[in-house]
Design a protein around this ligand. Structure first.
Ligand SMILES: NC(=O)c1ccc[n+]([C@@H]2O[C@H](COP(=O)([O-])OP(=O)(O)OC[C@H]3O[C@@H](n4cnc5c(N)ncnc54)[C@H](OP(=O)(O)O)[C@@H]3O)[C@@H](O)[C@H]2O)c1
Length: 227
């Protein structure tokens, strides 16, 4: 059976990806920010390996990549992300350190995750890297402004994934950005789509990916989104 490595599995979409793939017999390396999530993941059926790693810690990524050296990873899902609280002024900016933290976790870290696990994915059968983005990161789709840190971080992620699709073309690794929809999770109670439906939809899209789709920005139902 294939192997997946998924980041941000403590809650929400990452947890559901872990649950579904493990239930279907995949081996899942589940990367979590919180050590306490190990107990929650141990309740899942299937082969789930817990890893306590902050994706914005380059040394911790290198340690994990080294620990898994020689193990092919068919599917890498960069799902971990963070948000900043709104500030009080017109632009509702968080303070600059918060803005920078969001950029580091949402835009910078996924590039370093891709770099750390390039060989593992390139050695696998599927050779897929999926980055969970959002419509909020689309410049063409932006009609409401606001949420500067989150929007800018996810727009930067889009650029990174496009470049990765070019730089990884030679080793056959397919890279795409997926928008999960507006998903109801523990942290986003206002979402409209159940997390089970969003994740099943994204899994269908992932199953249908071909190398010529590398560098695309797709919704959970497979439709394209403008950059
Ligand atoms: N839900 C939606 O409607 C929606 C819409 C569009 C896009 N998305 C995207 O979908 C993905 C998952 O969202 P979600 O709704 O499931 O959010 P979530 O419940 O907040 O899950 C994000 C996960 O990432 C983890 N994480 C945060 N910083 C991390 C770090 N530095 N290292 C490792 N893990 C870290 C979080 O851990 P902690 O909880 O312990 O902080 C959490 O488990 C994100 O990329 C998000 O931007 C979601």
């Amino acid at each position: 059976m294939p192997t997946a490595l998924i980041t941000g599995c403590d809650y929400g979409i990452g947890f559901e990806f872990t649950r579904q793939y493990a239930e279907d017999g995949w081996k899942v390396h589940a990367v979590c920010l919180d050590a306490a999530s190990e107990g929650k993941l141990s309740g899942l059926s299937g082969d789930v390996r817990f890893h306590h790693v902050d994706v914005s810690d380059q040394a911790a990524l290198a340690t994990l990549a080294d620990a898994l050296k020689g193990e092919p990873i068919d599917l890498l899902i960069n799902n971990a992300a963070t948000f900043a609280p709104d500030g009080p002024r017109t632009l509702m900016l968080p303070d600059m350190d918060e803005f920078t933290r969001v950029m580091r976790v949402n835009a910078v870290a996924p590039i370093y995750v891709a770099d750390a696990f390039e060989a593992h994915v390139a050695e696998s059968t599927r050779r897929q890297m999926v980055f969970i983005g959002t419509r909020s990161g689309s410049i063409g789709d932006n009609t409401s402004g606001g949420h500067y840190a989150y929007r800018c971080s996810k727009a930067a992620l889009n650029m990174a994934v496009k470049s990765l699709s070019i730089d990884f073309a030679a080793n056959g690794v397919t890279t795409v950005v997926l928008h999960p929809g507006s998903v109801a999770t523990e942290t986003r109670k206002g979402g409209q789509i159940p997390v089970t439906e969003s994740v099943s939809g994204m899994r269908n899209v992932i199953d249908g990916l071909t190398t010529d789709m590398s560098g695309s920005f797709l919704r959970y139902d497979g439709g394209a989104i403008e950059w």
